[in-house]
Each structure stands twice: as structure tokens, then as C-alpha cells.
Design a protein around this ligand. Structure first.
Ligand code: ACO
Length: 332
């Protein structure tokens, strides 16, 4: 979908937070039958962050949000709407967005969670764009926050090596004379729902009741090889759609920031789209797959590591359970 260019929705600022505890591939060798060599060559992951007991997605999201608010030069009371993309929210309800609203003191803000698995942050950006362009909101805080360590099966070596915890945030507004979103492409294919799923009913906060025993928390399932193929094909097609709608080609882009699930997926996508390696941002080696937090954390780090400047064109591409996929082309 091409977007009107007059005062488009722009990313005013970004922030990120990852827990202190680092779990390396060597540490995982003590937990399951695996090796650093297998994990590194199959996934590109060297380490991931693991939240401390009681460190909730809303805590991590609040810290990422506070960094983004400080950079934007706005106070929490300026926020009209908080959107949190997550598949591992603090509770079934209230929403993680409500916990976060309280933690940062955004007293004027409406708050809700949205869920499109690893594509959640980009879906959130498109939802935010509708509120901003219609005038229903002026300032939106969008957060991706995950505690995947709670839902990973730590006895399944095929999945437990892949995921981590963390959060990323962005402040979105429309500002005169500032570039922003140029186009987007969203899609889903629910017929593949079983390929990647997590059953319902877990809680990460106890409200004074007995905490849910770990043995009762459902664990994530992923048919990795099938998901791999779907991810590469869907992301390539989605990226091409969004680029065509923006009237841009790969040569126009400064950077491609894609979902950080596996270095081989990132490389296969780059090959399909013919993106030179130096345009592809990669941080999967540091954090593994942090689902809805992947893209905002990558965007935050890419700004410094790829020296992004105003006017640079970016392609953001996500893919996740559902299946869902999303692409956004924007001018930074
Ligand atoms: N250590 C050692 N051996 C392992 C490990 C491990 N951690 N995990 C699996 N193996 C073994 C398997 O048992 C298998 O052994 P076998 O041949 O004797 O049966 C062998 O390695 C190959 O297993 P595959 O699953 O075929 O390995 P593959 O090369 O496909 O890599 C992986 C698996 C990394 C999961 C890959 O398929 C992948 O990245 N898939 C996509 C993940 C993704 O994109 N997720 C995005 C969405 S996530 C979300 O939405 C929440």
C-alpha cells in the first residue's frame, strides 16, 4: 500500500532494553545435547539474554520506552496511545500495555496489546499510522517486548537455543518537513497455524496467588525447517510488494532490517532480493530471536552501527507465527 507523503508518520526516536543475564552457547551445552558449533553454523546465534525472575515484559518495555521518550524530548503525559506487540505478555489480561502505561506514568494514554507474533512490531507501526493519519492520535508509543525464556521448552534442543528476552520501543508522530513511512505490505496465512504455536494460559505475574507452576506453562512448538522456507518466501514477496508501492529498488536503500531469527534466513532473503551484505543489519548473534522485540531492537542498534542519517531509505521486514508477515519502506 503506497502512503501519502505529506507529513507522513515518522519514527521520532527509538529505545531498547535487554536483561543483564547472558546465556551463551557454551552455557546451553550444559542444559541440552548441543554444541556451540551446531548453534553458530545453523543459526548464527552466539548468545541471548534471559530475564531475571520477576522481570516482566512490561518492565523491559518500560525501560526501552523511557529511553525513546527521552530522545524524543517528550514526557509520558504527551502519549495518546500505547501499543505493545507481544506473544509473552505479563498476563492474559490486563494487557501488557496497561502495566507499561502505569509503570511509565502515561496518564493520558489509551493502551492495548496487539499480537502478530514476530511480525507484531511492524503490524503495530501500520496500526499506529492509521491513528496518526486520521488525527485520532498525535503521539504513539509502540513497544515490542518479550520474555520467551518463560515459554521455551528447555528440554527441546531444536527450539531452546533460538530464543531470548528483551524489548524495543519507538515514538511515532507526524511532524512537518520530516520524512517517514512510504509504503507497507501486510499478510497472513492461517492455514499454517500449527507450524509455529504456543497454547494459551500462562501468567507471569501472580497477584499474590500461588504462581503458575512451570510444569503448567504451555511451551512453544516450531516445525523449524518448514517455517524456514515459509519465512524466506513470504518475506521476499512482501518486501518486493512494499518496495514496488514506494517506487523504490534495492539500490535506493541504505539498509534492510529484517526479523532476526536465523542468519541463514537473513542471508537467503538477501540473496533472493539481491541485497548486498553490507546493507543487511544483523544482531541475531547477540540476542537470538526476541520475536516482536527483534525489529525495534535491530532498528535502534542499526541507527548507530550503520550510521543512519535523515533521508536514508530503509526496508523493514518481519515474519512470524500465524503465519504473518509485514514490510515497511520508510525514509528515516
Ligand atoms: N544442537 C544439535 N543438534 C540439533 C539441535 C541443536 N540445538 N537442534 C536440532 N538438532 C539436530 C536435529 O535433531 C537433526 O538431527 P537428525 O538429522 O539426526 O534428525 C539435525 O540437527 C537437523 O535438524 P533440523 O531441524 O533439520 O535443522 P535445520 O538446519 O532446519 O535448523 C532451525 C533448525 C535453526 C530451527 C531452522 O530450521 C530455523 O531457523 N527455522 C526457522 C525459525 C524461524 O524463522 N522462526 C521465525 C519465527 S519465530 C516466531 O514467530 C515466534
Amino acid at each position: 500500500m503506497p502512503l501519502p507523503t505529506l507529513s507522513p508518520t515518522c519514527i521520532v526516536s527509538t529505545g531498547m532494553f535487554v536483561p543483564e543475564r547472558i546465556l551463551t552457547n557454551a552455557d546451553l551445552q550444559q542444559i541440552v545435547d548441543t554444541t556451540d558449533e551446531w548453534i553458530l553454523t545453523r543459526t548464527g546465534i552466539r548468545e541471548r539474554r534471559i530475564a531475571a525472575p520477576g522481570e516482566l515484559p512490561s518492565d523491559m518495555g518500560a525501560k526501552a520506552a523511557q529511553q525513546a521518550l527521552a530522545e524524543a524530548g517528550i514526557v509520558p503525559e504527551d502519549i495518546d496511545l500505547i501499543l505493545v506487540a507481544t506473544i509473552t505478555g505479563d498476563c492474559a489480561f490486563p494487557s501488557t500495555a496497561c502495566f507499561l502505561q502505569h509503570k511509565i506514568g502515561a496518564t493520558r494514554a489509551a493502551a492495548l496489546d496487539l499480537q502478530a507474533a514476530c511480525s507484531g512490531f511492524l503490524y503495530g507501526m501500520v496500526v499506529a499510522d492509521q491513528f496518526l493519519r486520521s488525527g485520532a492520535a498525535r503521539t504513539i508509543l509502540l513497544v515490542g517486548a518479550e520474555r520467551l525464556s518463560s515459554v521455551v521448552d528447555w528440554t527441546d534442543r531444536a527450539t531452546c537455543v533460538l530464543f531470548g528476552d528483551g524489548a524495543g520501543a519507538a515514538v511515532l508522530q507526524r511532524r512537518d518537513n520530516r520524512p517517514g513511512l512510504l509504503s507497507f505490505d501486510l499478510g497472513s496465512n492461517g492455514s499454517h497455524h500449527a507450524m509455529l504455536h504456543l497454547q494459551h494460559a500462562y501468567s507471569q505475574i501472580s497477584f499474590g496467588h500461588s504462581p503458575v507452576p512451570d510444569s503448567c506453562i504451555p511451551k512453544m512448538f516450531m516445525a523449524g525447517r518448514e517455517v524456514f522456507k515459509q519465512a524466506v518466501n513470504a518475506m521476499a514477496k512482501s518486501a518486493q510488494n512494499a518496495l514496488a508501492d514506494a517506487g523504490l529498488g534495492i539500490a535506493d536503500l541504505k539498509a534492510v532490517i529484517s526479523h532476526q531469527a536465523n542468519i541463514r534466513i537473513i542471508e537467503a532473503l538477501a540473496e533472493k532480493l539481491k541485497v548486498p551484505a553490507d546493507k543487511c543489519f544483523v544482531n541475531v548473534h547477540r540476542y537470538g530471536n526476541i520475536s516482536a522485540a527483534c525489529i525495534p531492537v535491530a532498528l535502534h542498534e542499526a541507527r548507530a552501527e550503520m550510521n543512519l542519517q535523515r533521508g536514508d531509505k530503509l526496508l523493514l521486514v518481519g515474519f512470524g507465527g500465524g503465519l504473518t508477515w509485514a514490510s515497511i519502506v520508510l525514509e528515516w
